[in-house]
Ligand binder design. Sequence first.
Ligand code: NI
Length: 186
Amino acid sequence: MAVRRILQIDDAEDKKLLKAKARQVQLPNPHLKQLIADMFETMHAANGVGLAAPQIGLAQRLAVIYIPPEIEEREDGTQVEVAPSEEYTLINPEIIKRGEQQESDLEGCLSLPGWYGQVPRPNWVTVEFSALDGKRYRLRKVDGLLARAIQHEIDHLDGVLFTERIRDLSTLKDHRKEEQPEPANV
Ligand code: NI
């Protein structure tokens, strides 16, 4: 396994690659399993919840997502996991339905570390994608962080960056200079 370099939005050469539209992945592909393992390793090393292949310089319609476990604190201060972590590998994903309501939340990107802005997005999506076995799968009406991550990663496959989705650019700030913890990175 190997950690790959993540392309950066503020680098002119990298940005050209990030702005390109990715191609459909042909299945089966014997190299894909290793590539997906590298993408998970790269995403985890950067503490991300999502990474798309164009972010490591590959113009392919492939993304990985990691939703951390949900932890709750009991009254005595001890912690309990109330929902397990979730991992998704999306090959040739396609949003086939979206909610009519928009939901705005702070969003960041591993290609622009430290920076977060308020991004409005449909509040739920139904997404279809292929797995390594070539079968099509559907995640129906997912919401919350997973819905946001799926939309952010599919945007990457179309060469669209989260900064282009921000309506109020005054919300885009470098959180490394602030004391609050960094929100999720996709
Ligand atoms: Ni991103």
